[in-house]
Design a protein around this ligand. Structure first.
Ligand SMILES: NC(=O)c1ccc[n+]([C@@H]2O[C@H](COP(=O)([O-])OP(=O)(O)OC[C@H]3O[C@@H](n4cnc5c(N)ncnc54)[C@H](O)[C@@H]3O)[C@@H](O)[C@H]2O)c1
Length: 332
């Protein structure tokens, strides 16, 4: 009987082994793989843990033929969490070989979730949908994703001003203080209301956990690129129709997570499949052009998919083998 050996990789391993460039290039490759039919994934069912349906688990499996990896991201998201615990408390990613079926790694998933989202697929989308000369960025929601996104966008655009808004001004101030120490040439402004942050901004990142609409489409300027990481929870859903191009991440994933989202439907949203301009895989494979005019208002909404997490966990695993990081666990 062959030995089954699993490498255990922590957040520290993920942070040490995964570069920003790895994240972007891997995310882009996953979207292209999806377009080529080389990625199999089922789109997540939510397993609710409470009667109010606020606390849930979500299995996110994917098989990536080109990378030769199958895996599962096992996520929890507790809207009504116990005091002192974060809403997302310890995501895991398990990797298996599609050749012999056996598991070979368990990778801490929260760091990968953070890296592949605002600093990952949102950046990949911005590369083809935002104006390269963007000068003003707005971050609405200054938690983990706001921080990750700001850090990833700052070095990529000639930003002169960053406006930050959070319901807790201290969160926006802390984010501004950290970033301004690294980027003294950029002006950081903490705003008292979301409108002041987004009006006239070239790049807008909405990354709150609010189910109340905070940003109206009419406030978003011609030429802007908006990455709405919590889709139409905190951004008015009507902007999907009012903007010039509404781009999903991947149709099969986002129809379920965005169009059928019960909180968005409860606001009266009646968006239908086909109303989108296209998805990021269309643009990255050249099936559809990305931005074609400087004054287009472009909206990007994507709620993630297991294939992104599995691919990035596999990058971390390969680097860990090369550098002998992590702990080995034998099943027998
Ligand atoms: N699209 C994706 O692939 C993807 C992946 C992971 C997370 N997300 C989503 O991104 C969002 C942010 O995640 P996070 O990990 O950064 O969460 P977080 O809890 O670290 O940060 C959320 C921030 O939003 C702020 N906020 C909440 N309600 C607000 C309100 N009414 N007004 C202003 N600010 C408010 C909070 O104060 C906090 O600073 C979540 O909604 C999460 O579901 C999306």
């Amino acid at each position: 009987m062959p030995e089954c050996q699993v490498r255990l990789l922590s957040k520290e391993d993920v942070d040490a082994l995964l570069t920003e460039e790895d994240v972007i290039s891997t995310v882009e490759a996953v979207f292209r793989g999806c377009a080529a039919g080389r990625v199999t994934q089922t789109h997540p069912e939510m397993l609710f843990a409470d009667e109010g349906r606020e606390n849930m688990f979500m299995p996110m499996p994917a098989l990536l033929q080109e990378r030769g990896v199958a895996g599962l991201k096992w996520v929890n998201m507790f809207g009504r969490q116990q005091p002192g615990y974060p809403a997302m408390f310890g995501h895991l990613i398990v990797l298996n070989s599609p050749e012999n079926g056996g598991p070979y790694a368990i990778v801490e998933g929260t760091a990968i979730t953070n890296r592949r989202t605002a600093g990952g697929h949102a950046v990949a989308a911005a590369k083809v949908l935002a104006r390269p000369d963007a000068r003003v960025m707005a971050v609405v929601g200054c938690g983990s994703q706001g921080r990750q996104g700001l850090n990833a966008f700052l070095p990529r655009y000639p930003l002169e001003e960053v406006r930050l808004y959070d319901r807790f001004p201290a969160a926006a101030e802390a984010l501004a203080a950290g970033a301004s120490a690294r980027c003294p040439g950029v002006r950081f402004t903490v705003c008292e209301a979301p409108r002041a942050a987004v009006a006239g901004a070239d790049i807008v990142l909405t990354a709150t956990t609010s189910k109340e609409t905070l940003v109206e489409g009419g406030w978003l300027a011609p030429g802007s690129f908006t990455a709405a990481l919590f889709h139409f929870n905190d951004l008015d859903w009507r902007y999907a129709r009012a903007c010039d191009k509404w781009v999903l991440g991947l149709r099969e994933a986002d129809y379920g997570s965005i169009l059928h989202n019960k909180d968005v439907l409860a606001k009266g949203a009646d968006l239908k499949p086909g109303e989108e301009y296209g998805d990021l895989s269309d643009v990255l494979t050249g099936r559809l052009p990305g931005r074609t005019r400087a004054d287009e208002r472009i909206l990007y909404t994507h709620m993630g998919m297991g294939a992104l997490d599995v691919a990035l966990a596999d990058v971390v695993f390969r680097r860990a083998v090369e550098t002998d990081r992590g702990q080995l666990f034998r099943f027998a």
